[in-house]
Design a protein around this ligand. Sequence first.
Ligand SMILES: Cc1ncc(C[n+]2csc(CCOP(=O)(O)OP(=O)(O)O)c2C)c(N)n1
Ligand SMILES: [Mg+2]
Length: 727
Amino acid sequence: MELAVSALRGSGTETAYDGLSAQQLIEIYRLMFLSRRLDDREILLKRQQKIYFQISGAGHEALQVAAGLALRPGYDWFFPYYRDRGLCLALGVTPEEMMLQSVGAATDPASGGRQMPTHWSSPALHIVSTSSCTGTQILHGVGCAEAGRYFSRHPEAGAKHEGDYRAFHDVSFHGDEVSLVCLGEGATSEGEFWEAMNTASNGKLPVLFCVEDNGYAISVPVEVNTPGGNISRIVANFPNFHFAEIDGTDPVVCLRAFKAAAEHCRAGRGPAFVHGHCTRPYSHSLSDDDKLYRSTAEREADALRDPISRMRERLIHEGILSEAQLADLERSVDREAEEAADRALQAPLPRVEDIPRNVYSEDLDPCGPAFAAKPAPPAEDGGKTVPPKTMVELINSCLHDEMNRDPRIVVYGEDVADASREQALAEVKGKGGVFKLTSGLQTRFGSDRVFNSPLAEANIVGRAVGYALRGMKPVVEIQFFDYIWPAMHQIRNELSVLRWRSNGSWAAPVVIRAPIGGYISGGSIYHSQSGESIFTHIPGLRVVFPSNALDANGLLRTAIRCDDPVLFLEHKRLYREAYGRAPYPGPDFTIPFGKAKIVRPGADLTLVTYGALVPRALQAAEQARREHGIETEILDLRTLSPYDWEAIAESVRKTNRVIVAQEDMISWGYGAEIAARIASDLFEDLDAPVKRIGSMDTFVAYQPILEDAILPQPSEILKAIVDLRRY
Ligand SMILES: Cc1ncc(C[n+]2csc(CCOP(=O)(O)OP(=O)(O)O)c2C)c(N)n1
Ligand SMILES: [Mg+2]
């Protein structure tokens, strides 16, 4: 009676049931029933306190199994929702693999005991690691589809390459692949859903959206989430889409709909949207009781549409299986679920000493000697030395060099293209970013590689995750650090955690460039923000903050070549400053992360800082020497996560006095962590309290008199230096 799932993906030999054979219908039922019984088994285990969480796919089985059968595991790409057990069973995840996650086993292939049950992942099947966030995955599916199309158009970019992140990211792609993204009807209220619809539609991307509409988002009914109560009606005017609104409890109807939708995507006609109405017999999760907010009549009506009982009745009604044969099948499924659970309960548990593994890449260390390089000698121009370059110029030249070297790099963001309407480029110079950092990239490398995003920051970062997990290197721009916040959810909950939560199976080594900081006279609240500590507080993310043109060039190159996600902070005030200009260091200049630079040696006290406070500290230190004979040693951290503790400790052991200076607000800032560690680990070496410098605990004001008073100035640094010498 059992039939290989693969047979279902071909056409049936009999045509009585919408092209499906009786055998295929039986196999569909078996998968649906297996999904339900695995949920039941988990519920039992949860009640016995052998597992710790349960959320079920009950009521969604027909839609999910059909989606899995209409698509091709290991060929198409899958971004499931957290309750997609039926989908994953149909794609080939085994019951035992599922139960290993339920018990949190070391051998859980999806996460090694790090994620809740039904948070899927299988690189072999192309099931991308699922988070608990409602909506983030939709943008990943879009970026993934873009990457597939990019590789189809530029197959040479997929070639293996040693010496950078590419050595650890093999590429596979198919010209007619589809990216499936699944979500609940509640999640269609998330901004990320609309940001994904935007780009999928605009780019005619092969993304298949599957909305599993069970009528509720926990206790919130669909009409509260969706105006008019029907998402299909709202999205109907998006161009290039194929739409289908279907009975999500009938697997035959669902299979037909998914096959037609996939065909539309594979033919390059654009995205597809399948909206299936299903049921939710088991409440939201085992932590929820829907009797608290649903009427009895409503729950009873829902039960009448249960996909399992409907399909069962159909098999009997059509004479495909007798009651006795069904009972046999169901007994064998029960046994399978029970055996899977029993084996999982015997599995080894994860080891505490492995907790830190896979926070960062274990293949490529950006702090290592491979990234230590010397700048090329300054170029000469007819006997004259070429004038040194600004930070803007050396970041721009790094982007040119790296794009030239690595065809997997794409650059996008708001206004980063020279001109989206390419024909204009014959007569105009091009925009190339509001600060001109990306100038000339689109003209040189083409609109496939350098393009404008919609004005939507989660879109920028979310798509980048999708690109990167396919082995590409998105180097994206957030126009101002002040506007990074809509992307925070993607950065905190997806970008930085993907490697850890999948136990090293997936990674998204994206570079996010963001102009940051104040001192620009008139920048005000929304063009002067700092806030680096909010990002150094995120494990898995590297945070870089250069103070001069040469460091910016070398650190950006390391950021691009490395295998971790990097937030690359560029201080706007330093972009065109006379301070810190440098000759072009050549196309292979890299600086390792986590190596501070002593920008001024001194024996009397240590000043630890970074970014725009480096030139301000230098100014104060010179004055302290001139007026007070104090020699200050200034350390420029250059990268904030990781940071160079050894350099700090060595200097403090020598000077016994230390100031930590930052531009950001003093309370809860980056310097607080450094100061605390010095106080704790170097207590014996200190002759004076650890001093901190930072801005007032307010926002940055527009009027320059206010801005000057709010942000730390050289005069305050000087005062702190002199004060500290009094001990
Ligand atoms: C961004 C985010 N906000 C809130 C939650 C908490 N939450 C988990 S599931 C859920 C409801 C989701 O409803 P829907 O999208 O309809 O999917 P369903 O659970 O009904 O399948 C909420 C609010 C979350 N996981 N992520
Ligand atoms: Mg729902």
